[in-house]
Design a binder for this molecule. Structure first.
Ligand SMILES: Cc1ncc(COP(=O)(O)O)c(C=O)c1O
Length: 462
């Protein structure tokens, strides 16, 4: 019988995270203060984050030790299994070997607790009493709620309204772990009220929810803010997955020709691929591909520019691919991919041709999710379906080219709380979203007056 899954013993859990900043061919351009336009210092970030996380954000050390208290909690779900997708391969009749890393086995059902547990821990040892955050589909909010409960920290989640309405079970998960969850835009913050004044029916966006959560944290000394993606320290924590995966691929006796992941802010994709990007920098030939929704095509159509991380311009200006902080993506079901910006690390690696990006439409992603469920059994999060859609395209291409390609992808989460989305798809109610250039152009007007990074790229919007 062929080996279906490779499960590392607990003793093989990585003891360090990998920091790509030590190896990037082009260093990140600085993050700028939203008011002064000058590079931010630790004091500017202190109202939002505890000092150990600020230090990790700028660290240039290649490997950073994972504290014992975090390792202990990681063992609840880590190491996660690496699967060979024999069922999908057979169905596609492809010579490609397809592997996927199952991050859906965590209590919250996705990769998100890899950083939530670290952020809760560093906040705890820094004296934080309460953490505020945003969530799209609810995966991040539920992950942080779970991890705050393990460390006895209060947690408040601003959930993008469209998802709050579509996914009540995620809210109930957060409440089960002791957190409070409110729909965003809310009337609780000045940022939320400002949006509601302009558009009382706003479906919300991650950018708006981030503004609300950051504002709530900045106003209270004992409260800090936590972001579930985008930032350097978040990607750092996620590398525990890629480091595990390198050991598992070695046991399988294979090495990926291609790595695929879905991208919202970039954290699950980066968590899997960054240790392999290091190999690529050192000479390995790997195609590393991030997949985004066609309705939120940050890297495939947006410029590389300075932009605010949030809609109401409370957070610093980051050098990244962006569709403009006022861009509100169509209400697709992959709520976790509806973010206007992109991690500066992932953005820089795209500029340096170490990573590339493509986009897919919603219907293709759900079709891929159904194919995966019927061949591999697991029902994927709508976000994860974006990666699967691209894996299927690539496996078919490998067949056409007669190549025995090794494809590795991150199965970032299960979709068991997303069944309403599958129901909409199965009953023919979902559609693709044609995104008019005009809409992106309008949102990009807002960033025109902002400072430009040295490596500014205009994007494909004319
Ligand atoms: C299951 C799942 N995959 C992917 C993402 C996208 O986020 P990121 O790009 O940070 O991994 C999310 C975000 O909510 C998610 O819940």
């Amino acid at each position: 019988m062929e080996v279906k899954k490779i499960v590392l013993p607990e003793s093989e859990l990585p003891r360090q995270w990998y920091n790509i900043q030590a190896d990037m061919p082009t260093p990140l351009e600085p993050v700028l203060h939203p008011g002064t336009g000058e590079p931010v210092g630790p004091d500017d970030l202190a109202p939002f984050f505890p000092m150990p996380l600020i230090e990790q954000e700028v660290s240039q050390e290649r490997f950073i030790d994972i504290p014992e208290e975090i390792l202990e909690k990681y063992l609840i779900w880590r190491p996660t299994p690496l699967y060979r997708a024999y069922g999908l391969e057979k169905h596609l009749d492809t010579p490609a070997k397809i592997y996927f890393k199952n991050e859906g086995v965590s209590p919250a059902g996705s990769h998100k607790p890899n950083t939530a547990i670290a952020q809760a821990y560093y906040n705890k040892i820094s004296g934080t009493k309460k953490i505020t955050t945003e969530t799209g589909a609810g995966q991040w909010g539920s992950a942080l709620a779970f991890c705050c409960s393990l460390f006895g920290i209060e947690c408040k989640v601003f959930m993008v309204k469209i998802s709050y309405d579509q996914k009540p079970y995620r809210r109930i998960m957060m409440e089960t772990w002791g957190a409070t969850c409110v729909p965003s835009p809310s009337t609780e913050t000045e940022s939320g009220r400002k949006i509601l004044e302009k558009n009382p029916d706003s479906p919300g966006s991650l950018g708006i929810a981030i503004s609300e959560a950051a504002e709530a944290a900045a106003l209270d000394e004992d409260t800090k803010y936590s972001l579930g993606s985008v930032l350097n320290h978040v990607l750092l924590h996620q590398t525990v997955n890629g480091l595990e995966c390198q050991k598992q691929m070695a046991i399988a006796g294979d090495y990926p020709d291609m790595i695929i992941g879905c991208v919202g802010g970039g954290s699950n994709f980066a968590g899997l691929c960054l240790p392999f990007v290091r190999d690529k920098i050192n000479g390995k030939d790997i195609d590393i591909l991030g997949v985004e929704p066609a309705s939120c095509p940050t890297m495939t159509r947006g410029p590389f520019a300075y932009d605010f991380g949030d809609t109401v311009q409370k957070l610093p200006l980051a050098p990244m691919y962006t569709l403009g902080h006022s861009f509100v993506p169509a209400p697709i079901h992959a709520g976790g991919l509806r973010y206007h910006g992109m991690s500066p690390i992932v953005s820089q690696l795209v500029l340096d041709n170490l990573i590339r990006a493509e986009s897919v439409q919603q219907l293709e992603t759900f079709q891929a999710g159904i194919t995966f469920a019927r061949t591999e059994g697991f029902i994927s999060a709508p976000e994860t379906d974006h990666a699967i859609a691209m894996v299927i395209r690539e496996a078919i291409k490998a067949k056409e080219e007669g190549k025995e390609k090794v494809i590795l992808f991150n199965w970032s989460g299960h979709g068991l709380v997303d069944m309403a989305a599958y129901e909409s798809y199965l009953s023919g109610q979902l559609s693709d979203h044609a995104l008019p250039e005009e809409e992106i152009r309008r949102a990009l007007e807002d960033i025109a007056p902002l400072p430009k990074p040295k490596q500014y790229r205009p994007g494909t919007i004319s």
